[in-house]
Design a protein around this ligand. Sequence first.
Ligand code: ADP
Length: 342
Amino acid sequence: MPSIRPATLIAALPQPVVMIDNEGLVIHANPAAIELFGRKMGVSNIRAHLRQPAVAAMLERVFGGQSDGSAPFVTATASQEIVWRVDARRIDRAHILLSMQDVSDIESAEAQRRDFVANVSHELRSPLTVLAGFIETLRGPAGDDPAARAEFLGIMAEQSARMTGLVKDLLSLARVEAVERIRPRDPVAIDRVIAGTLAALRPQIESRGLELHCDIPPDLPEIPGDADQLAQVFHNLIENGVNYGGGGRLEVSAEKLPSYPGIAGPVLRVCVRDYGDGIDPEHVPRLTERFYRVDKARSRDAGGTGLGLAIVKHILVRHRGRLVVRSRVGEGACFSVILPCH
Ligand code: ADP
């Protein structure tokens, strides 16, 4: 192996690396460290740069001759906050090497996981509390009152259906995420998928008194996809159109477009248009987040789980497609699904 100077090796590393002595004086800083802390870092004490309590305490322990250590350090600019993990390794009696790794993505994934678990627990706890309350009531004097018993059992059935719906959607989401990287390639006739979905939802559409207008040309090409998952996409969008729609009308249309920005080749566009209250544009970018609801009470009353559009998004990512939402308050909403034909 050719002899390469350690400073040359350190300079080639993309992450900030700093060599210090036992007093904390900077002996060498690589370009990434200089970019982070500034030019003057080369003639300074590291304590002046790493001034947050956790990392400062870790450094003092390492200076004191204790073991190696690591601690978080956060830097922020106007547009970005970066969480670093600073690792201090003693090289010899007189020298310590500090290396920094950007762990912002790991931290944010961890925060998302925590939020998700908290949300699921909260969503399950509410119906469970109701069920436990009514079981207690039915064990008491209400158990002998046939009218009260029938009413309470009805509420209990509703709550258990809500939990079943939530668990079903959670499993769907987990299944879709598990295969998200594998693009489905079965030939799918979209017109048949939509017709099946509409047939399944017809009782809901009719019970809301909505007039359904369908504009699906018979000569749409088959596209590569997963028919069951695409049925789930249209089911969730049409069901939302029923639940949040109004104005007596619901439209489902499809067309082939020769091109679409960011997608190679022709695409199919399927639109689900309702004439309900619409959505304030400030909410639109967040609609596909898990458990994000514009109006929580309304979603719950409609039996919603807050996961429908998250499932839609993941299925469309798997199909290399897009979801485009156009809406204004008071003017209903149009959810368009864009699917590549090839
Ligand atoms: P939910 O189970 O609550 O319907 P979704 O993920 O399907 O969950 O939708 C998220 C939220 O987006 C809903 O709670 C609702 O506030 C809003 N939303 C979805 N579709 C529509 C629509 N067609 N019109 C108005 N708001 C909608």
